[in-house]
Design a protein around this ligand. Sequence first.
Ligand SMILES: [Zn+2]
Length: 233
Amino acid sequence: MSYFYDLWDDFISLLFPRLCYGCGNHLMRNETLICTECYILIPRTNYHLKPDNPVSQLFWGRCNIERASAFSFYTRDSRIRKLIHQLKYKGIKEIGSELGRIYGNTLKSSEFLKEIDLIIPVPLHPSRKRQRGFNQSDLIACGLSESTGIPVDSGILARKTLTKTQTRKSRYDRWTNVQDIFKVTGEDGLKDMHVLLVDDVITTGSTIEACANELLKGDNIKVSVAALAFSVM
Ligand SMILES: [Zn+2]
């Protein structure tokens, strides 16, 4: 029976090939979304094992972050860049939750998530979310939550205004542009909590810094950071 099933399966995949979102090669029967080669070749930082890493150093002297890490290096030719691109601009939402799950499984085996009570995704402005149809950080946060069992709350932190496109701005301009644009709703619920802020790509850290500063106004709140990728371009 399973022989015929496999045969049928092969026939279907000839007609409708399932391709890897990282490299475009055909996926094997046991692979979903990302092939084994791409999975292995994602350039992992392993910063969760190294407290004084370059991502946590971004926040030194800027805001009080307990722990910070990123899953992968984000470089021009990296597979993670291709995957995040497919997620954000081609709308392949499953990539977000899948990468979140993978990262959660990595973090689980370390002390990085110790005493983390809640996962909070970095919010997109509502109009951009409407445009895209989803917030990629929500999806990553949900995947992280699924593999770690830590609950996620995507409603407690919100954006106030839309920032102009940040890509061509200087570091200082980007910094001034994102300060004071987040608000916390119902911060009493976060009292005494250690929250994990989740984003897709960390570049200068200014967006995370603005989120963290808003959260840190609350009563005895600790903030840690986890991103899918750390831009070194
Ligand atoms: Zn691949």
